[in-house]
Design a protein around this ligand. Sequence first.
Ligand code: GRF
Length: 231
Amino acid sequence: MALRIAVLASGSGSNLASILRGIEDGKLDGQVVLVLSNKPAAYALERAKAAGIATWARAHKEFASREEFDLALVRAIQDAGADTVVLAGYMRILTPAFVRAFPGRILNIHPAILPSFPGAHGGKDALDYGVRLTGATVHFVDEIMDNGPVIMQAAVPVRCDDTLETLMPRIQAMEHRIYPQALQWLAEDRLRVEGRQVRLLPPASGTPAASASCGENEHGPWMVSPALEKF
Ligand code: GRF
């Protein structure tokens, strides 16, 4: 079923752009109905406006509490008729009340292989630690930051001469493929959460082979699991 997506972003919005591209290319069955931000100057809002998408932006400091701010977000998302909430560089911890308002319908992307390097600086923390492989994770959101069940992950090798400036674009390039892919699986109603496991159901007939869902497809083994299908 086509998703009605609300995107929460605090920054540049390159993941928002990848989702819009997926929709425009006919690969992602959905519509972004609202882009919200706690940073009125976020470039993500400019991208939304350029695409003719409604925006909601309020500085969180204008609100008496974290709860009040989040309740305003919930109202705006509900008023827009969104059924799916996509965190795309939203740099603010959500309250339990927000998470409970959209059970099983909030996704996040994190620039590291969770559960390693959670938090606001996943990319830098992994590089500083000296890992040789890092990457990106798409996961369902629960009440603990960067903790919910993992939908998919992409691995990105760290080169010996990498700096944050050279590594992050390679991580983001994978983010821009796995986030729309995970959302398309949600649209196809193929994700089943069983405890911490997220099971990917085979595609309906007429789409690529069911074996694609276990980590390999006709393109060979990927360092993306489950394997990409369309992105
Ligand atoms: C991404 O790297 C994402 O993993 C993290 O914040 C960044 C947002 O980038 N949560 P953008 O605003 O989508 O360009």
